[in-house]
Design a protein around this ligand. Sequence first.
Ligand code: SRM
Ligand code: SF4
Length: 591
Amino acid sequence: MTADSGNGGGRRAHRTAPAPHRVSKVEVVKARGHYLRGTVAEELASERPDFSGEAIQLLKFHGTYQQDDRDLRGTKGPDGRSLAKAFAMMVRTKLPGGKLTAEQLLVQLDLCDRYGNGTLRITDRQALQLHGVLKRNLRETIRRINEAQMTTLGACGDVQRNVLCCPAPIKDAVHEEIQRMADELSRHFLPRSAAYHEIWLRDPETGQRQRVWPEDAGEVEPVYGRTYLPRKFKTAIALPEDNCVDVYTNDLGLVAICRDGRVIGYNVLAGGGLGMTPSKASTFPALAREVAFVAPEEVVAVAEAVVKVQRDHGNRADRKRARLKYLIADWGVDRFRSVVAEYYGRPLTDPHPVHVCGHDDHMGWHPQGDGRWFYGLNIENGRLADHNGCQLKAAVRRVAERYRPGIRLTGHQSILFTDIAEEDRSGVEEVLRQHGVASSEEFSTVRRWSMACVALPTCPLAVTEAERVLPSVVDQLERELQRLGLAGERFTVRMTGCPNGCARPYNADIGLVGKTKGKYTIYLGGSRLGTRLAFLFKDLVPLGDIVSELVPVLQYFRQSRRGGETLGDFCARKGREDLLARSPARPVAAG
Ligand code: SRM
Ligand code: SF4
């Protein structure tokens, strides 16, 4: 069978794509899934605690992944036999620009307590995740999310994912325009299949379809076609002076070009993506490259052309080489640009000579420009949970209930409370204090700029810990940085539990990537701006040795940095061989 590129190729239907002779299993599942239906509804009604392999693939498009509690794997029952896997679903809610209301956040907090594992996770793509939802509670969970005017549709799967944009609620034309654009792109690329509504949103008693957001979706997929995209597709919108969304790591990036306080257009970037498989040399992380400049009114059509080029020409045989970055690597930017122009139906203009020059995490208090304030609260690794001594989830709930602020989630897994009146600022601070929550000002610089992916126990792909161990790595780093007089240095430390790169380690100043049980690859030389890929420094470093491997680099940085050079810039300038010469020997894999 061959992949189906669907109905319609934009202004000009493109028929020159060579049809692949062989497609991956997931392509077959999509093709026979009848626009995301498959057997999901029937399996949902069964008593089994888990879904079939085919349903699991289709469920991703509905925003949910089947997982099992990996801490419990191998647990023995009273009879000494291994217990069955403890299956549960992760449910991801898509929130363009990370924007939601206090009421919506409260619904998510209720759901995590009622059906989830009691925690709510802010992702690094400005979305929310519930973990631990049992299959029997899945329909009700998704129904309630929709009832609160949010959706999980397209939060995962081979479609356009959550669209990112700078979440700072500054009341000016520029910030309003980029949020409007994120909303418009998100709406435009939402799957149109009615499967989502049929499966999750019919009234279980009457079978009637409920009135929910989004309004009636049509049956046909005009953008995606029957087999959707070859792979996930990610889009982000950045400002040149604030790349808080890490725009270069996206399949499609838009950098707003501003004049006289308004957006005159966007530089279009394409082909970013970080996942790689170390054993497969043809896979690699890549930063998006500049393709064109487009006026605001052209953005959706040009984005659609890019998506359709990937739809028709992306690799449907090998999912490890199916992202847009590989198509661009194989074709080169010039050919890619001319095919996009063909799909768009007009020549494309050259990008403006504007480059990303800043990155703001938006933590602490800031004026919005309308007499009100927003407060950025650092949520370590995005996990809203209550522990002895720190009732973080309860504090966020209290602020949301008492002050009803607007909520924005950042691309760094943290939260902004917006629209706070001057007279309420001390009240917000008091709520945090009463619940034992460290204010953003109390976070050390290194912790503030650290980030880990979820990894164990829920991620099925994790080979090491990440979220659960990064805080202790940061504890050690804090001590060493203090000792070296570098506590004020701003650099990013990002850790993942496998090479897929979910916490974006490959363009960080320091990237720690789980390679095999308990051991990590250390990457150095990326940048806080997200504009440069890091290089492999050391491989197979045991968790307990990470900080001692970094100390000689930090010492060298302190002694030999130039002026205000950042850690990443210093490492990139010195290069791997020079840095290795300063460190104790350790077996190193080829970089
Ligand atoms: Fe990711 C797969 C978590 C951002 C690259 N990612 C996964 C899965 C769904 C595992 C799976 O396939 O079964 C993880 C679920 C873990 C769990 O228990 O929740 C997972 N990814 C995450 C999140 C939650 C990490 C976080 O701690 O914030 C992020 C959710 C974002 C969202 O809201 O949509 C997340 N993932 C990323 C990013 C960063 C980004 O997009 O800015 C990347 C690197 C950029 C990129 O896409 O290249 C990323 N995730 C991957 C990959 C590698 C893709 C590739 O092209 O090779 C996988 C594996 C896959 O797709 O096969 C993956
Ligand atoms: Fe899971 Fe790997 Fe992504 Fe971490 S980087 S969430 S371990 S897929």
